[in-house]
Design a binder for this molecule. Structure first.
Ligand code: ATP
Length: 365
């Protein structure tokens, strides 16, 4: 087992390419032993951040600490990290064994130790029977395992993974995801994973760092970023189907506050806890996740809507509803009987309305 107890700290990190600020005042603490994912769309600075951590790129400002040690200027091979790239970057002319043994040979480890360390990792990844092959003679999934194995053999203090599954088909991706999660559970090595795939991020991570334009937007557990997204960017980036956003206004209701939009009135009660005086209420967007909207009888948090589209996914059916020009998606059981064009009552689970300030896009409650 590696040195699992290594906390990684990024402080005021900057990296510029000409006019582009790829990493923009990034502050991030990656707790020892945790699996942290940098999540965001293409170009948001994830890879640059990972390369800065690895030492493959130089920061234009800021510091990186591993435990108490300032590693900002330490060369990559002295950082105790191992990186797994999207394209695997295996040496094509070397056998699987030699690929995996490479870093240990550079360290002049005894042959017997190299054999046993490579052998053990190869067994753990079920590639023990492939050690004499060359990368060209392996499937994509097997190559990916070799790339992981090569990183594991080093027993790094930190694992860095840059979209390692993006060249695999959907089924294999899902399997590798589970494998990496098992590996992390047994090794407990601090891991930093880069992806633009929100589902991958949510299933794998202890902590998710959502990035945009080189900046950190939100940092928290899967539960926190999904359940309490800090703005509409995070709210709509995480979750499938996308969170529905309906623009409207807040009003003082019969019992607390109500959200009002064309064709829709949702009594939010007093628990909405909006810390603003009456009259100061901004234009808001109500965010509704499909799993919080069901079809059935009318109630204080229900509205009439027209069924526009049905999307069965096997375990559930997503029902796209039209309401006053807006679209809301509801989730029903696969055997729920509903047809396109039908008028229905949609009900929002109490306490599950997300509210955002339209002007700033920030979360209100
Ligand atoms: P992707 O998921 O597409 O890899 P990313 O989130 O990893 O994207 P980066 O690769 O870190 O993003 O790039 C961040 C920004 O910096 C982008 O605008 C990119 O065009 C720019 N950039 C990255 N590397 C360079 C470079 N070597 N020279 C110039 N600009 C660069």
């Amino acid at each position: 087992m590696g040195m699992a107890g290594a906390t990684l700290r990024l402080e005021s990190l900057y990296r510029r390419y000409g006019k582009v600020t790829a990493v923009d005042d990034l502050n991030l603490e990656l707790p020892a032993g945790q699996f942290v994912t940098l999540l965001g769309p293409s170009g948001c600075g994830k890879t640059t951040t990972l390369n800065l951590i690895a030492g493959l790129e130089r920061a234009d400002g800021g510091t990186i600490h591993l435990g108490d040690r300032d590693i900002t200027k330490v060369p990559p091979n002295e950082r105790g990290m191992a990186i797994v790239f999207q394209n695997y970057a295996l040496y094509p002319h070397m056998s699987v064994f030699d690929n995996m043994a490479f870093s240990l040979k550079l360290q002049h480890r005894p042959k017997a130790e190299i054999r046993s360390r490579v052998g053990r990792v190869a067994e753990a990844l079920s590639i023990g029977h492939l050690l004499t092959r060359r990368p060209g003679q392996l499937s994509g999934g097997q190559q990916q395992r070799v790339a992981l194995g090569r990183a594991m053999v080093k027993r790094p203090a930190v694992f860095l993974l840059d979209e390692p599954f993006s060249n695999l088909d959907a089924a294999l991706r899902a399997r590798m995801r589970t494998e990496v999660k098992h590996l992390h559970q047994s090794l407990g090595t601090t891991s930093v994973f880069v992806t633009h795939d929100q589902e991958e991020a949510m299933t794998l991570s202890d902590v998710i760092a959502v990035m945009r334009d080189g900046k950190l937007v939100q940092y928290g557990t899967q539960h926190e970023v999904y359940g309490k997204p800090c703005n509409t960017y995070v709210a709509t980036f995480l979750g499938k189907p996308r969170m529905s956003l309906i623009e409207g206004e807040l009003e003082r209701g019969a019992d607390g506050v109500a959200f009002v939009a064309p064709g829709m009135r949702l009594e939010l009660g007093t628990e909405a806890g909006i810390g603003l005086a009456d009259g100061d209420w901004p234009k808001v967007a109500a965010g509704l996740r499909a799993e919080d909207v069901s079809l059935g009888e009318p109630g204080p948090t229900s509205f009439g809507a027209t069924v526009q589209l049905l999307e069965p996914i096997g375990s559930d059916t997503f029902v796209e509803l039209g309401v006053g020009g807006a679209v809301v998606v509801a989730r029903v059981a696969p055997d729920y009987r509903v047809t396109v064009g039908e008028t229905v009552h949609a009900t929002v689970k109490p306490g599950r309305v997300h509210l955002f300030d339209v002007a700033s896009t920030n979360r209100i409650v």
